[in-house]
Design a protein around this ligand. Structure first.
Ligand code: FES
Length: 71
């Protein structure tokens, strides 16, 4: 991921970037609930949840982590 991609803001309410979500996946997050626990993603308006899930799934595929992501 390039530097711009890392700093792309996914959750505006909590100021969470794409890179932070990827790091959370590296540390074991496998669901939006996990991301919410670790980063508070989606904890306010919730508009970022679909994008956060997509970033998480893409990173799981790119890194060959366990692909079993709960819906
Ligand atoms: S944009 Fe993520 S909770 Fe509002």
């Amino acid at each position: 991921m390039n530097e711009i991609g890392y700093y792309l803001n996914v959750c505006i309410c909590e100021n969470i970037t794409c890179g932070e979500i990827r790091e959370a996946v590296d540390q074991g997050a496998r669901s939006v609930r996990d991301l919410n626990k670790q980063l508070s993603v989606g904890g306010q308006c919730g508009k970022c949840v679909c994008t956060a899930r997509k970033v998480m799934k893409d990173h799981l595929v790119e890194t060959d982590y366990d692909l079993a992501v709960p819906a």
